[in-house]
Design a protein around this ligand. Structure first.
Ligand SMILES: Cc1cc2nc3c(=O)[nH]c(=O)nc-3n(C[C@H](O)[C@H](O)[C@H](O)COP(=O)(O)OP(=O)(O)OC[C@H]3O[C@@H](n4cnc5c(N)ncnc54)[C@H](O)[C@@H]3O)c2cc1C
Length: 351
């Protein structure tokens, strides 16, 4: 029995990326993962180390200090980081990994990328994306946060819930209604530095896992930003967000595969070391069947993460569609924990 794999039909370059991230995970993450999980500490230092290897926002363009990795390489980075530890892997990946990089590079002004993306890629700044609200999760069109124009400024009011990096972010992309009567056609996206007056964050610390990853409630009380902090065009935010989810879903599918691989590795290690009836339990055929089934599911899930058919977003370099990534995530999710139903938030938080 072996947990070794190549996956995805990788090129030499992809294999080198996997090897590099695996070594980083084994040397820098695994030895400290339990301590971070217990302390719920945010791994600032590990994120800086990861940034030196281009593992923070690996898809960010070269001109902003990124590695310009393709979607498959970025998925491999995610998988290996989560294999080492989902909490620290999540904390690293929450920094501009897909959604904000996409929003800024596709629709943001040059100054936004220069001022913020470079710092995020360097591990010197942390970012968040604030869409969800207590009463509006899947239904993004229903959000109640408002942004109104006052002279040459936007004024933002509203509360956002379950925001990754919520209490550590230096900058956050906030989605708010600019035309409240127009449903999803009335949402805009704003770049908001968190040192602006009126921005507050409260930690949400009752997750069931990924404790090293920060989660918070973010409150915006009359927060003023200059008019050039609008990302792209007014009332187009919903469309930008939906586009960005294509990348995000590939990432989430890769997270699930990394976690599955870690569970498989742990099962194999334990089966080899645990002895019953005078032999390692790995030598019982029934145990071998179970591990073979696990390994099969991991490989099937891994092969589903990317889609090399060229479909994707306007950026054209995506090789996986949102629907496909989501299907893989669902398949991977079924493996582990039916208690998670009915939905992502209920599955992760103590209620
Ligand atoms: C760890 C963590 C990190 C997060 N990070 C962020 C973040 O950084 N930024 C952010 O904005 N949000 C974040 N969220 C929030 C996340 O985006 C929401 O949890 C998600 O959108 C689902 O919303 P909900 O939990 O309110 O579930 P609900 O929308 O209430 O859904 C509950 C259930 O109903 C199902 N359902 C809903 N609508 C339909 C439908 N039309 N048809 C069929 N089934 C449906 C859902 O699939 C789910 O099973 C985070 C959540 C968690 C747990």
């Amino acid at each position: 029995m072996s947990s070794q794999h190549t996956g995805y039909g990788l090129s030499d370059e992809h294999r080198a990326v996997r090897q590099m991230v695996r070594e980083f995970g084994e040397n820098e993450i695994e030895p400290v993962a339990a301590a971070y999980d217990q302390s719920h500490e945010y791994p600032f230092e590990i994120i800086e180390q990861a940034a030196q290897l281009d593992l923070v926002a690996p898809g960010a363009p070269l001109e902003y200090g990124g590695a310009g990795m393709d979607t498959l390489s970025a998925a491999i980075v995610t998988e290996e980081l989560w294999r080492a530890d989902p909490g620290i892997g999540c904390a690293i990946g929450n920094n501009g990994f897909s959604t904000n990089v996409y929003l800024l590079t596709e629709y943001g002004d040059e100054w936004m990328c220069e001022e913020w993306l470079s710092k995020i890629v360097d591990g010197q700044a942390h970012d968040a994306i604030a869409v969800s609200e207590a009463a509006h999760g899947s239904d993004v069109s229903g959000i109640e946060t408002r942004a109104r124009k006052d002279g040459d400024e936007w004024v933002i009011d509203g509360n956002k819930m379950w925001i990754s990096n919520g209490t550590v972010a230096d900058v956050v992309v906030v989605f708010a209604k600019t035309n409240p009567d127009a449903g999803h056609r009335g949402i805009s996206a704003f770049l908001v530095p968190t040192d602006r007056a009126g921005v507050r964050a409260e930690p949400i610390d009752d997750k069931l896992g990924i404790h090293a990853a920060d989660l918070g409630e973010m409150l915006f009380d009359g927060v003023r930003v200059p008019e050039d902090h609008l990302i792209g065009e007014e009332n187009q935010g919903f469309y930008y967000f939906m586009e960005s989810l294509a990348d995000g879903r590939v990432t989430v599918a890769a997270q699930a595969v990394g976690t599955m691989q870690a569970a498989l590795d742990a099962a194999i290690e334990y089966a080899r070391e645990r002895e019953q009836f005078g032999q390692p339990i790995a030598e019982f055929q029934g145990v071998q069947h179970m591990i073979a089934e696990m390994a099969t599911k991991v490989e099937v899930a891994r092969d589903g993460v990317p889609r090399g058919d060229g479909r994707g977003t306007r950026r054209g370099r995506l090789d996986a569609t949102g629907e496909h990534g989501q299907a893989v995530r669902q398949r991977a999710g079924r493996r582990g924990d039916r208690r998670r139903d009915p939905g992502p938030r209920r599955g992760w938080l103590r209620l």
